[in-house]
Design a protein around this ligand. Structure first.
Ligand SMILES: NC(=O)c1ccc[n+]([C@@H]2O[C@H](COP(=O)([O-])OP(=O)(O)OC[C@H]3O[C@@H](n4cnc5c(N)ncnc54)[C@H](O)[C@@H]3O)[C@@H](O)[C@H]2O)c1
Length: 249
């Protein structure tokens, strides 16, 4: 934990750390000196990333109240927490809005939205007690500039952006900051689900909407997350920062 590192001395919890953006965020946090809890419903994936970066794995379903309470108990009994990243998220497949099954709707609701409530309930009292804390929600450009056929996913991310802003104003008096990042389509296992299928034509169609001309990466999210969760961003709260190569312009 070198003193010159941007997250030296901090402890962070990253949900969905077993893959994609969450893994990129966990890696960057560890490289900048943080102690990292890697939480994922896929315990083996969490173990693998945790082992790689010298963190600790936790198996947790962020949409399940009992599972989140258990995770909070493990994390907080080991010591204080400085940073909470709500990154775990899923989507339904691209479909006409009325064709999405109730089961798929409920799954998106539970993992993308209810999880933010559950982790707030579990960790905000701790942050308030310490008078400090940084929350980062991984939302999406989908919450700002929605694409057709992903309505319930898009809406879950719009919800997350509003939740982030309320967290920011309500928690500011307690010294707690809350921000979001809005990634554009990224090179992760989830990308195929957004595109429906992964063909050169569909890739080209997505890329054509991103002025910088490439998909986002886990490293892009790690860099943005690191800044927003570090003390360099101590005057920044309530923003939903596009990390989108200009897509939302
Ligand atoms: N990839 C993109 O194009 C893109 C774009 C914008 C926003 N996002 C958002 O970024 C976040 C991460 O997505 P990704 O692309 O890295 O996806 P991913 O599928 O690569 O990784 C998501 C991780 O979350 C875990 N997870 C799923 N359900 C969980 C649950 N109930 N409890 C705990 N962990 C769970 C998965 O096991 C997986 O390891 C999501 O919130 C997603 O909506 C992704």
């Amino acid at each position: 934990m070198g003193d010159g590192m941007r997250l030296a001395g901090k402890t962070a919890l990253v949900t969905g750390a077993g893959s994609g953006f969450g893994a990129g965020i966990a890696r960057k946090f560890a490289a900048e000196g943080a102690r990292v809890w890697c939480a994922d419903i896929n315990g083996a994936a969490a173990e693998q990333i945790a082992a790689e970066l010298g963190g600790t794995a936790i198996t947790c379903d962020v949409g399940n109240a009992g599972s989140v309470s258990e995770m909070a108990q493990i994390v907080l009994s080991a010591g204080p927490l400085d940073i909470l990243v709500n990154n775990a998220g899923i989507t339904h497949l691209p479909q006409a809005m009325e064709d999405v099954t109730e089961d798929d709707f409920d799954r998106v609701f539970r993992v993308n939205m209810k999880s933010v409530y559950l982790t707030a309930r579990a960790f905000v009292p701790h942050f308030k007690e310490r008078g400090t804390g940084a929350i980062l929600n991984v939302a999406s450009t989908a919450g700002v500039s929605p694409r057709p056929r992903l309505n319930w996913y898009n809406a879950s991310k719009g919800w997350m952006i509003t939740a982030t802003k309320t967290m920011a104003v309500e928690l500011a008096p307690f010294g707690i900051r809350a921000n979001a990042i809005n990634p554009v389509a990224g090179e992760t296992p989830l990308l195929k689900s957004f595109m429906g299928e992964d063909t050169p034509e569909i890739r080209a169609k997505f890329l054509a909407t991103i002025p910088l001309g490439r998909f986002s990466t886990p490293e892009d999210m790690g860099n943005a997350a690191c800044f927003l969760c570090s003390d360099e961003a101590s005057m920044i709260t309530g923003i939903a920062m596009e990390v989108d190569g200009g897509r939302c312009i």
